[in-house]
Ligand binder design. Sequence first.
Ligand code: ES4
Ligand code: ZN
Length: 323
Amino acid sequence: MSDWRDRPKLELHLHLEGAAPPPFIRGLAAEKGQDLSRLFDERGHYRRGSFEEFLRLYEAACTVLQTPEDFRRLTLAVLEDSASHGVIYSEAFLSPDFCGGGDLEAWRDHLAAIADAAAEAEKQSGIILRGIVTCIRHFGPDQARRIARCAAETAGDFLTGFGMAGAETVGRPKDYAWAFDCAREAGLRLTCHAGEWGGPDMVADTLRDLRPERIGHGIAAARDPALMDRLAEDGIVLEICPGSNVYLGSAPSWDRHPIARLRERGVKVTVSTDDPPWFHTTMTREWEELERAFGWGEADLAELNRVALGAAFCDEATKERIR
Ligand code: ES4
Ligand code: ZN
């Protein structure tokens, strides 16, 4: 099949700042007189490195994103890209850490600009966006609480979820339980990155201590048959980002990516891009590679779209518009 690009897709795992095209970040840096040339290689792509290097470069790129207007333009650029790859429904991780550092009033202004841009993009191309506030694990549990409070105070029709990204090696899940409880009590739906770099125990501890309904990545579960069975039984949905995993090295290759094994075992899997320009991927490329590696076709996309729709952090009326 050669027309993956035009097929309607749902995407549940996308970092808003991580989806910024390099020219967008370069343009903002030029406007502000910041020198960010060290972020880019000779072809103008984001520089390649380990996950830790990626996180450092990513945070440097985020320093040019400052005002609500910057985030309004970013959101429009990202949604235009997503829509051009057939994405009809998207959930983006939003980071109060990069929108005023966790200050509630600054966050409100940034979120309003992002939601405005989402409404504008929806009018233009039909794409629907919902926001998931994400705290950043390596910024520590105290900052995570501040971020959870920002999320709780702005929960609503647009801001529907809370999660955690960042370096999985920092702390243990239970250190972040207060933040997740705060978000849950505000009615937010929960997801958490786990089992991208950590082992099956990280997935199990995350489920026990933070009780999310979805796991970001979670591919380490494929190494533990009993854990796979539990995920399947409990209906936990994995937001799998194969291109990201292959690029960063948390999976050995496309052909040996665990997504096929997880799915065959009955685990609910979905496909997303994570930080597409950083990992040289798009939703089109993800499906081209899944077709090449596993022979997945239109019926597989339809099934994974159904799983994503079931797991989407939006209300029934919104789901009805996508179905
Ligand atoms: C991430 Cl903090 C952060 N930002 C973007 N992508 C990520 N993946 C894992 N943590
Ligand atoms: Zn991610």
